[in-house]
Design a protein around this ligand. Structure first.
Ligand code: NDP
Length: 460
């Protein structure tokens, strides 16, 4: 395993909230190499001692109990180099602190990705090094292509980890087990039996002070373009012969390529932003009046998109991806809704709900609703739910991503062509939205959002 990690942007929010706590969690569970050295690079004036104190605080505030128990050990393996990530000399200096290949983690604001990658190309990375690039990977197809071209000058594709921590989630990985390790589901995993698929990430939290990033991104770029499309690929791809990175990622790209570029954006998408209301955590002001928001940008805090997959397996099945902030209920799941039975031999007036297979993304759970004979009158039916709560993982989703990077396994990283395909799908939506099509709707914070969970009506 590689034994050093250089974190560019180590003083930032991502490092404090996700990366450092995940590293501490791995340390606590004995999953990090004992000799892993972490070099933090940022513009802030810090020395080793101040950075270590920052690491302890970040893990203390954002880590779970296991991570907190390893805060001291993690801090002890950290050093700090003040520098500008766009300056090749800063990277050279960080690399000079050790020997051998390094993981270079770009925990930087997205506009700094390209100059930092150029600097890495100029500095040169030791043989066997890897680079981790955070999301968002570009802001449209052209910028993603440009980033890919820059990265190709630094490292081979399989040493580039465009991370999407959703792929480290237990339920998301369980999609593979569920689909490909059971006889039960795959024969009915197609348009003959499945009526619609919803991939939902409804949050009850509002902006939480992240206007600087979020107001330039919005729900479509922040959630749908990457995380939810990634989940969709695992739901809908063809079975891979192995779970080797090439087989898995080829199948994912095939699936993305078969998603039709949205041709009727007005009918296929919804965009909206919240207005003042009582959200779960308390009163929330209008999004437009939140600190740091420029209302003129018209950034959406809710997005829903229905996509069509043009394959024999999926033709005519709507896949709806939806995500919003400040909603009344937390709903984070993949819901696979099956078609009704072709004929019901039971009495008049009985309309059993079709089966729904539900994969909860947070918390991790699996539910299958089935119709059975109810109590009381013979031959009346009722719905019951078979539910399994999946045991919590000892490694967080971010921790899983880091482990794969350290092991040099890109299976759960986004390949360059995959990132570009995602923008190919989402780009026309953003283009239409910029022209005001469809119009920006409002929804009250704490409500169910601008459209019902059943939007749009299933195609028959
Ligand atoms: P920040 O704005 O906090 O920036 C990260 C750090 O990089 C800051 O300390 C910043 O310093 C520093 N930095 C900026 N420019 C340079 C430079 N030229 N050289 C060295 N350091 C520099 O961003 P986040 O931490 O929030 O996000 C980092 C990345 O992670 C982004 O791509 C983001 O989209 C992604 N991400 C973030 C998540 C989060 O929860 N924060 C979640 C998922 C992904 P300074 O303050 O001086 O600008």
């Amino acid at each position: 395993m590689i034994s050093r990690m250089i974190v560019l942007g180590a003083g930032g929010d991502l490092a404090a909230r996700l990366l450092l706590p995940a590293l501490a969690g791995l340390r606590a569970h004995g999953r990090l190499p004992d000799d892993l050295a972490i070099v933090g690079v940022d513009r802030a004036a810090m020395d080793d001692a101040t950075f270590r104190a920052h690491v302890r605080t970040a893990v203390g505030v954002h880590g779970d109990a296991a991570a907190r128990s390893a805060a001291e050990a993690l801090a002890g393996s950290c050093t700090y180099r003040r520098g500008d990530a766009t300056d090749p000399d800063a990277l050279r200096a960080a690399l000079a602190d050790g020997e051998g290949p390094a993981v270079v983690y770009l925990a930087l604001p997205p506009p700094v990705f390209a100059p930092a990658i150029r600097a890495a190309a100029e500095a040169g990375l030791p043989e066997g090094s890897r680079m981790v690039v955070e999301k968002p990977f570009g802001e449209d197809l052209a910028s993603a292509q440009a980033l890919n071209a820059l990265l190709r000058d630094v490292l081979p594709e399989d040493a580039i980890h465009r991370v999407d921590h959703f792929l480290g989630k237990q339920t998301v990985q369980n999609l593979l087990g569920l689909r490909f390790a059971n006889r039960l589901f795959e024969p009915i995993w197609n348009r003959e039996h499945i009526e619609r698929v919803d991939v939902v990430w409804d949050e009850t939290l509002a902006l939480e002070g992240r206007a600087g990033y979020y107001d330039r991104a919005g729900a479509l770029r922040d959630m749908i373009q990457n995380h939810l499309l990634q989940v969709l690929t695992l739901v809908a791809m063809e079975p891979p012969p192995t779970l080797h990175e090439r087989d898995l990622r080829d199948r994912k790209v095939d699936l993305l390529r078969s998603i039709r570029t949205p041709d009727d954006v007005a009918a296929q998408t919804v965009r909206a932003r919240y207005t003042a209301g009582d959200a779960v955590g308390g009163p929330v002001p209008d999004y437009a009046s939140e600190e740091g928001v420029d209302p003129a940008r018209g950034t959406e805090t809710f997005a829903a998109v229905t996509l069509w997959v043009d394959t024999w397996r999926w033709s005519g099945v709507p896949f709806t991806l939806r995500s919003g902030k400040a909603l009344g209920a937390l709903r984070q799941e993949v819901a696979i809704r099956f078609r009704p039975v072709p004929h019901l031999a039971f009495g008049q007036g009985q309309h059993p709900e079709p089966n729904v297979l539900l994969l909860g993304l947070a918390p991790d759970r699996l539910e299958l609703s089935v119709t059975v004979n109810g109590p009381g009158e013979p031959f009346t039916v009722e719905e019951v739910t078979l539910a399994a709560h999946l045991a919590p993982q000892d490694v967080s989703a971010y921790g899983r991503v880091i482990l794969d990077v350290l092991a040099g396994d890109p299976t759960l990283s986004i390949r360059g062509d995959e990132a570009e395909e995602c923008w190919r799908i989402v780009g026309p939506i953003l283009d239409a939205w910029r022209t005001g099509v469809p119009g920006l709707r409002d929804y009250t914070a704490g409500s169910d959002g601008p459209v019902s969970p059943g939007w749009p009506p299933p195609a028959r």
